[in-house]
Design a protein around this ligand. Structure first.
Ligand SMILES: Cc1ncc(COP(=O)(O)O)c(C=O)c1O
Length: 388
C-alpha cells in the first residue's frame, strides 16, 4: 500500500479537534515547561547543563545521539546497558518505524499484540513484511495469550511487537508472561520489539518488571521524553538493545532517515533524566488524584460503564454498556467538545467495539470528567436497553 493511501486513524480526530475544549483522551504526562525544567535543574545543582544549553552548537548532533545523552539514558536501565547500546531518534514514533525498516526484510512475518499504537504495525508493512495480530481481551485481564502467540509462529517469523505498559488499557504484562515470551522468542530466533514508552508511570513501582533490553540480548526497548515526563517538545526518543550488530543496523537506519535532530532537545532530555524523580513524583500525584475521581465516577455509573483499573501509564480502556457502540458514543461526545479515542483508532475487532480510551494524566482531566458526567446525565434516558 502507498504511504498516502494508508489512513492515519487518529488524524481526523486530532486535526479537527486541535482546539477542542476537553482533551479526555490524552496519554502523555502533564506537559513540562522549559522554565520548570530549568528550576528543577538548578535544584539538582546541574548548573553545567544550563551553561551547555545556553552555549550549544546548532550544527548536527552526533549520529546515533550524543555520547553525553546516551550515557544519561543508560542510567534508566541496569548494568547490562551502556551508551553503546542506545540509539537516539527524534521521538519514539520515528524510532519504532526506522528500527523496523532497518531490521525486517521483504517476506518476513511479525506478530503484533493489539490493540496497539498504529505506527507500531505500519513499519512492518512498509518493510514488506506480513502481520498476525493477537488481540488482548478483558476476559484475560488484558494479558497476552501465550498459546495464541505460539500458534502464530511460522518459519519466517522474525519479529514480536508489544507495548508494555499498555496503551490504551493501562495494563502491565505479568513478569511470568514476559519471561515466557522471551523464552519463546529465543527458541525461535525472533526479535522482540517492546514499546516501553509508559515505563516509570507504574502506580505501584514494585510492579515494574525489567525492560526487555535487560531481559534478553535480542530484545529492543523503546523510550521517549514525551510520555513519563511530558517533554515531547524536546523531540527525543530512543531504542536500547544489548546486541551490537542490531544497534549498528538501527544506527545506519537513523543516519539514512533521521539524521537531523536537536542538540537543544538532547540537553533538555539530559536535564529531564537528571530531574526524573522530581518530575515523575509531580506527574504521579496528578495521575493518582485523577484516578481517585475516576474510581468514584465509575462506581456511581456502574450501570453504564465497566472500568478495569489501570496499573500504569496515562490511559484506560472503558467499556460502554449503553445501546450505542463506542464509536457512536465518541462522535456524540465530540459534538459536545469532549474528545475520547473510539475503538476505530485502534482498529479493534467486534469484541472491543464497546470500548473507548480515556486519558487521566493531565491537570485538566477533572473538568473533562465533569463535562462527560453532565453529558451522560442528559443522554442516558435516550439510550434505551443496555448491552449485557
Ligand atoms: C504506545 C506509544 N508508543 C509510541 C508513541 C509515540 O511517542 P512519540 O510521541 O515520542 O513519538 C505513543 C504516542 O502516543 C504511544 O502511545
Amino acid at each position: 500500500m502507498h504511504l498516502l493511501e494508508n489512513p492515519i486513524r487518529s488524524e481526523d480526530l486530532l486535526v479537527k479537534t486541535f482546539n477542542i475544549k476537553h482533551r479526555f483522551y490524552a496519554s502523555s504526562a502533564e506537559p513540562l515547561s522549559h522554565k520548570e525544567l530549568i528550576e528543577a535543574t538548578k535544584r539538582n545543582g546541574d548548573h553545567h547543563l544550563i551553561e551547555l544549553f545556553n552555549d550549544h552548537s546548532l550544527g548536527y548532533a552526533e549520529n546515533g545521539g550524543s555520547l553525553d545523552l546516551r550515557e544519561e539514558i543508560a542510567t534508566l536501565y541496569d548494568e547490562s546497558i551502556s551508551a553503546e547500546n542506545i540509539v537516539v531518534f527524534p521521538g519514539a514514533q520515528t524510532a519504532m518505524t526506522i528500527t523496523t525498516l532497518a531490521l525486517l526484510h521483504q517476506g518476513d512475518h511479525a506478530i503484533i499484540i493489539t490493540p496497539s499504537y498504529q505506527s507500531l504495525e505500519e513499519g512492518v508493512k512498509y518493510a514488506g513484511g506480513s502481520v498476525t495480530r493477537i488481540a488482548l481481551s478483558p476476559a484475560n485481564a488484558w494479558q497476552v495469550d501465550l498459546e495464541a502467540v505460539e500458534a502464530a509462529i511460522k518459519d519466517n517469523t522474525k519479529y514480536l511487537v508489544f507495548n508494555d505498559p499498555h496503551n490504551p488499557t493501562g495494563a502491565l504484562m505479568s513478569e511470568d508472561i514476559k519471561r515466557k515470551l522471551v523464552a519463546l522468542a529465543e527458541q525461535h530466533d525472533i526479535l522482540i520489539f517492546s514499546d516501553e514508552v509508559y515505563r516509570l508511570l507504574e502506580l505501584n513501582p514494585a510492579d515494574r518488571s525489567a525492560s526487555i533490553a535487560e531481559m534478553t540480548k535480542k530484545g529492543i526497548a523503546l523510550g521517549t521524553m514525551a510520555k513519563p515526563w511530558g517533554a515531547g517538545g524536546a523531540s527525543i526518543g530512543w531504542v536500547v538493545c544489548q546486541d551490537k550488530n542490531i544497534i549498528e543496523k538501527i544506527r545506519n537506519g537513523q543516519h539514512l532517515f533521521a539524521v537531523c535532530f536537536s542538540r537543544a532537545g538532547e540537553i533538555q532530555a539530559m536535564m529531564v533524566i537528571r530531574a526524573s524523580d522530581q518530575i515523575i513524583a509531580k506527574n504521579m500525584k496528578i495521575i493518582k488524584e485523577n484516578l481517585a475521581l475516576l474510581d468514584d465516577f465509575f462506581k456511581e455509573y456502574g450501570d453504564l460503564f465497566e472500568w478495569i483499573a489501570p496499573q500504569a501509564g496515562g490511559t484506560g480502556f472503558v467499556k460502554f454498556k449503553g445501546s450505542l457502540c463506542a464509536d457512536e458514543l465518541a462522535e456524540e461526545l465530540l459534538e459536545q467538545g469532549i474528545l475520547v479515542f473510539p475503538p476505530y483508532v485502534f482498529d479493534c475487532g467486534d469484541d472491543l467495539k464497546q470500548y473507548f480510551r480515556i486519558g487521566f494524566s493531565r491537570k485538566t482531566m477533572p473538568a473533562a470528567l465533569l463535562a462527560f458526567k453532565e453529558f451522560i446525565d442528559q443522554r442516558r434516558a435516550q439510550w434505551g436497553a443496555f448491552v449485557p
